[in-house]
Design a protein around this ligand. Sequence first.
Ligand code: AMP
Ligand code: ZN
Length: 492
Amino acid sequence: MDNSLFVYNSLKGEKEVFKSILPDHVGMYVCGPTVYSNVHLGNCRTFISFDLIYRYLMHLGYKVRYVRNITDAGHLENDADEGEDRIAKKARLESIEPMEVVQRYTVDFRDTMARFNALPPSIEPTATGHIVEQIELIKEILEKGYAYEVNGSVYFDVLKFNKDIPYGKLSGRKIEELIHNTRALDGQSDKKNPQDFALWKKAEPEHIMRWPSPWSDGFPGWHLECTAMSRKYLGSQFDIHGGGMDLKFPHHECEIAQAESIDNKPPVKYWLHANMLTLNGKKMAKSTGNNILPDEMFSGQNNVFSKAFSPMVVRFFMLQAHYRSIVDISEKALEASEKGFHRLLDAIVLLEQITPSETTTDFELQSWKQNCYQAMNDDFNSPLLIAHLFEAVKFINSVSNEKQQISIQDLESLKSSMHAFFFEVLGLAQPNANQVAADNSQLEGTLALLLEIRNNARVSKDFATSDLIRDALLKLNIQINDGPEGSSFKIN
Ligand code: AMP
Ligand code: ZN
């Protein structure tokens, strides 16, 4: 049997044996969030997919350097280098500093990923922290002749690049098709051709996020930061580059062009793309409003689901689908995951209480283990792994009911495999061990409910009930303040 790890390489459109460039080491870069608003559950799915991949590579014994950036400048409102910078726009709308926007949503992102029990990356570099590297990269691309400067902005010359090195390898888009499909320039643009993309943009006077450069006071193009930071921390050729499917074009295609324009060699060995989370059959997205925030999910305060679901249940739900499949989130599916998650967890707890027999085991432990690894080695097939874990659950339950037996040695071995797959590889945890933050949202939900009951009591002049709630909460150091805008609480 082949024990190799196979990964689906988007660049080749097929599964390939994974062989790291350096023995035992893996360099992995994943495009991180643009921190201009709270991450929605769709974003989280992509990062949980790569958390699974990161965890499994480490489980296999690789030393992984996992770089995931924070986009805090340069990402404009649309992909055609048009519109305002997303962070600057948010700062303008709220009359705060762009870095306040960045700080607020970076903290939210990190907290959220911690609640999902996702491991932090090895390096989390920011675009604004790497302006110097980006300027150096533009100079190199200009020197190679694949970029041009117009009025203080610098653009990548896609047509010129394509004459020497084919453009569109990852997305499968042909340059002729792109020329045919992109709308003509409106005369306002400095670009030679609509397919070109910005490496540096001169800042208009009102643009607040700006840095000096040899070309103008301006800001870098979005695609450039990932090339600059991946090269800096992982080198000009590294093992894995990941992100959501929607980043394949233009973002990742442009990253390849930028890197190849300098070295004329592929920057990345394996391109991995995670598929989308949908809600009501449509992609979750910040821009359309078709999304749900993790907090709303954990507290149950949303208009989509009738109850709250814990971070571990949501994580388990996501891992029950393969990372390359589209998943639609629904109450029914989440409820099924909730049951499944607890069944699995109960069996792990039960394993500790099982009395082994002297010698017999009524379970093909070795081949079961092989099947688990085979599932994960087949492009990180977590749903299949989970299905195998449920076979073990059945067996554990029947040993507990004294219908089947397990030997002392096999019990130890089953325990260690179940633990490794459940906690280490799938990254699941006991729900109550999963941070105080989760408890906070539950506490807030409960307090909001109590306030509502108390308000109703006050409206119907049932002061005995309203005072009872106020006094009982005060004993717990939770103070209710009644004001003209309604009642609020403060935890002392
Ligand atoms: P952004 O903050 O928009 O740059 O997105 C951060 C990451 O989330 C990217 O890798 C996107 O591909 C990914 N993403 C955005 N929407 C979804 C979705 N509905 N499902 C899964 N991943 C998504
Ligand atoms: Zn990127």
